[in-house]
Design a protein around this ligand. Structure first.
Ligand code: K7E
Ligand code: CA
Length: 649
C-alpha cells in the first residue's frame, strides 16, 4: 500500500545532503553554527520552576531511565536528578545478586548482558496505571517486565526470529494488553541452517513487528515485512501500532541503506492482525505465528513515505499526530492519525496523511510534547532542543512554501551539551502531558564535568519547559548509556510501591532452619535477621552440590541483609521478607565464612557463620570400597564362568 508517486511530493523538502553516514559522523563531533531559526528577537517568557529538592524533600516524578549497554533500568528523581536506584534487568549485578541467585538465573537463562533502550510503563485509558514497566534488550532480543511494587523484574520473554529488538511500545488504550517490539536488523526467517540459502541473499532478510501479550509475557504473533522496523509507537485509540523504517532498501552497508530518498512510517492495523490470526493466515516459525505483512501480501501494513532514514516516532498527547523525525532530513513529518483510516480504505494516498513537514534542524532524532500544543525535537548534529508549535506548522504547510520560509512554527531553540539523542518531557507519552520538565539525554559530555579520562560519562540535562522558552537548569552525569526515559508523576507510582516482600509469595520461603542431605545434594534452609543467621555453621563434604535458601525475616523498612560466601563468589542481598537461593558445588575444602554484606545492625560485623567443606576422605574411602566391591564381583563372575566351562567339559 505504498505510494511511490508521491515521492516528488516529499522530495520538495530540502534534504540534508550527506555523502553517506560519514557526513553525519563528521558533523557529530563539531558544534555547527546555529541554524538561523531564531534570528528575530522576540520577548518570550522563561519558566521559573525551582529544581532544588531540599534535604528530606521528595521528588515530584519517578524518572525511569534505560541504561543502554549497562543492561539495566535506573530510577532517577525528577527534578533533583538524583539517581535513586538501579534495577538490574539483563545484566549481572553483584550488589543485589542478580545473575547469581537461582531466581534471577531463571529469568536470564544463561545470559549476563543486554542493551536496554526504551522503558515504558503499562497504561490504562491513555495514561500510566503505575503497575509495570517494560524494556527491550536490543542485544539478545528480549523484553523484560518490571513490577513496580518491588521494582524488580518479574518476567523476561525471548523473541525468536528477530535481531536488534529496538523500538518498544505498550498499548495505550483501553489498557496495555499488547506490547510491540521491533527488529531493527533484517535477518533470514528462520535464521538457521534450514534456511542457509538465504544467508548470502539480503533480499531474503526481513524485519518483524512482534506483538507480545503483556499479561502472560508471551508472543502473540509477528508481522513480517521487507523493511526494517526501528522506533515504535501506539495510538491513543487501540487501533494501530506504528514504526519508522530507515532501511526499505534492504541494504547491508550504510550507502545501500541511504540509497532511497524516502523510507517509511509503517502502520500496523490491529483489527486486521486479529482477523489474520482468527483466519489462520500465518505460518509458524520457531513456535511463533508469523503473518505476512509484505507489500501486496496482505492489507495489514500501511506504508507512509517519509524522507530518508527517519528515526523517532512519537504521538502527540491529544492522540492526533504521529511525529516522525527525519534524521538525515532536517525535517519532521507530522502524520494526522485520523487520516490513516482513509488511507487504508484507499480514499487518500498514504502520503496524504502527512499534514506538515516543518524544518527543525540538522539531524532530528526524537520528539516530545508539552501538552499545550507544542512539540520539542532533539537535534543531534546541531546539538539543540527545538520547540515548535504543531498547529502553526500545519497552518504554514497549508499556506505553502512562501509561508514556510519564515519558520513560523519555531518557538525556541536551546543549545544542549552535546549531541542529544532522546528527549522526554514529564508525562509526555500520556494524555496527561503536563509541560513541566524536559530531559535532554546527551551522548557527549566533553567539558561539562571534571575530566574522568578518555571514557567520559553522558550528560542528562534538565530543562524547565513551563515558560515559552526552554531554560536549562541542571547538568547530570549518567553512566553509560541511557537512551530514553519516561517521567511519571509520583502519585501514580507511589501507591503501588511496597516496603516489604510478600514473604509467602516465594515457593521456598524459609521459616525453619534446617539442612537436608539427599545423596550428593545438600539443601540449607536458613533465616536471616539482623544481626544473626538462623544457623551458626553448616558442614558439607567436598563435591556436594549445595543449595542455600535464605529468607530475610526483618520486616523493618530498608533493613536488608546480605549473604556472601567467602571465596565462593556468592553474593546477594535480601530486602525485608525476601527469599533468594543459590546453588553451587562445594569444590574447595576449608572453612569459609558466610557474612552479611549489607550493613544491618551495630553487630553487623558479627553477623557471620561458618561454612565448613570437609575433604571427601570418607567419601573417597567409599569410592575405593566400591572399586574393590566391583573388582570382587568381576572376579567372582570370572571364576564362576571358568568353573562352569570346566564343569561342562
Ligand atoms: Cu534513538 Cu535506541 Cu531510542 Cu537511542 S534510540 S538515541
Ligand atoms: Ca533508507
Amino acid at each position: 500500500m505504498s505510494d511511490k508517486k508521491s515521492l516528488k511530493d516529499i522530495n520538495r523538502r530540502n534534504f540534508f545532503k550527506v555523502a553517506g553516514a560519514a557526513g553525519v559522523a563528521a558533523g557529530a563531533g563539531v558544534l555547527v553554527s546555529r541554524n538561523p531559526l531564531l534570528a528575530k528577537s522576540q520577548k518570550k517568557s522563561k519558566g521559573k520552576q525551582n529544581n532544588e529538592v531540599a534535604p528530606g524533600q521528595l521528588d515530584d516524578y519517578y524518572g525511569f531511565w534505560s541504561g543502554g549497554h549497562s543492561g539495566e533500568v535506573r530510577i532517577v528523581g525528577v527534578p533533583s536528578m538524583r539517581e535513586i536506584k538501579r534495577i538490574p534487568v539483563f545484566n549481572k549485578d553483584v550488589a543485589t545478586g542478580w545473575g547469581i541467585t537461582n531466581e534471577s538465573k531463571k529469568f536470564l537463562r544463561g545470559r549476563s548482558s543486554g542493551d536496554t533502550h526504551h522503558v515504558h510503563g503499562s497504561y490504562k485509558d491513555g495514561t500510566y496505571d503505575g503497575k509495570h514497566l517494560f524494556v527491550n534488550d536490543k542485544l539478545n532480543n528480549r523484553v523484560a517486565r518490571i513490577r513496580t511494587d518491588y521494582m524488580e523484574v518479574d518476567a523476561i520473554v525471548d523473541v525468536p526470529n528477530i535481531q536488534g529488538a529496538h523500538g518498544l511500545f505498550p498499548q495505550r488504550y483501553p489498557k496495555t494488553d499488547w506490547i510491540v517490539v521491533n527488529s531493527e536488523f533484517q535477518t533470514p526467517v528462520p535464521n538457521d541452517a534450514t534456511n542457509k540459502k538465504a544467508f548470502n541473499d539480503p533480499q531474503q532478510y526481513y524485519g518483524m513487528h512482534t506483538i507480545i501479550d503483556a499479561e502472560r509475557m508471551a508472543i502473540v504473533c509477528q508481522v513480517m515485512v521487507d523493511e526494517n522496523c526501528d522506533l515504535a509507537a501506539t495510538d491513543y485509540k487501540g487501533l494501530y501500532s506504528m514504526t519508522t523504517s530507515y532501511n526499505i532498501e534492504k541494504g547491508v552497508t550504510i550507502s545501500e541503506m541511504l540509497a532511497s530518498d524516502y523510507d517509511y512510517m509503517l502502520v500496523f492495523h490491529w483489527e486486521r492482525i486479529r482477523k489474520a490470526l482468527r483466519d489462520g493466515k500465518h505460518k509458524t516459525v520457531n513456535g511463533v505465528k508469523v503473518i505476512d505483512g509484505r507489500e501486496g501480501k496482505s492489507d495489514i501494513v500501511l506504508r507512509i513515505p517519509i524522507p530518508k532514514n527517519p528515526h523517532g516516532i512519537n504521538i502527540s498527547p491529544d492522540g492526533k499526530y504521529a511525529v516522525c523525525c527525519g534524521k538525515v532530513s532536517p525535517t519532521v513529518s507530522v502524520v494526522e492519525i485520523e487520516k490513516i483510516a482513509l488511507a487504508y480504505a484507499g480514499k487518500i494516498k498514504p502520503a496524504d496523511c502527512i499534514v506538515a513537514q516543518p524544518y527543525v534542524g540538522l539531524g532530528p532524532l526524537h520528539t516530545t510534547f508539552d501538552g499545550r500544543g507544542n512539540a520539542i525535537t532533539s537535534i543531534f548534529i546541531d546539538s539543540t532542543n527545538v520547540k515548535w508549535n504543531i498547529a502553526k506548522a500545519i497552518e504554514a504547510e497549508k499556506k505553502g512554501e512562501e509561508a514556510k520560509k519564515e519558520n513560523p512554527h519555531i518557538v525556541d531553540v536551546l543549545d544542549v551539551h552535546y549531541q542529544v539523542g532522546h528527549i522526554m518531557a514529564t508525562m509526555a507519552e500520556t494524555k496527561e502531558a503536563d509541560g513541566k520538565w524536559l530531559i535532554s539525554l546527551n551522548k557527549v559530555s566533553k567539558d561539562r564535568f571534571i575530566n574522568v579520562g578518555p571514557l567520559k560519562t553522558e550528560n542528562d540535562q534538565l530543562i524547565d519547559i513551563s515558560g515559552e522558552k526552554l531554560r536549562l537548569v541542571h547538568d547530570s552525569p549518567a553512566y553509560l548509556e541511557p537512551h530514553d526515559c519516561i517521567m511519571v508523576r509520583r502519585d501514580i507510582i507511589e501507591p503501588h510501591v511496597k516496603d516489604r516482600h510478600d514473604m509467602f509469595e516465594h515457593p521456598q520461603v524459609v521459616t525453619d532452619n534446617q539442612v537436608e542431605r539427599k545423596g550428593n545434594n545438600v539443601t540449607i534452609r536458613m533465616t536471616a535477621g539482623a544481626p544473626i543467621y538462623g544457623l551458626q555453621e553448616v558442614k558439607v563434604k567436598k563435591g556436594n552440590k549445595v543449595t542455600l535458601i535464605v529468607t530475610n525475616h526483618d520486616e523493618i523498612s530498608d533493613l536488608a541483609n546480605g549473604v556472601a560466601v567467602s571465596n565462593y563468589d556468592i553474593n546477594f542481598v535480601l530486602a525485608p521478607w525476601q527469599t533468594k537461593s543459590v546453588t553451587f558445588t562445594a569444590d574447595k575444602p576449608g572453612v569459609f565464612w558466610i557474612y552479611c554484606t549489607n550493613f544491618c545492625h551495630a553487630l553487623h560485623l558479627e553477623m557471620r557463620m561458618r561454612f565448613i567443606v570437609e575433604d571427601q576422605l570418607i567419601g573417597s574411602r567409599k569410592v575405593l570400597a566400591g572399586l574393590f566391591a566391583t573388582l570382587s564381583v568381576v572376579q567372582l563372575l570370572y571364576t564362576s564362568t571358568m568353573n562352569l566351562i570346566l564343569i561342562s567339559r
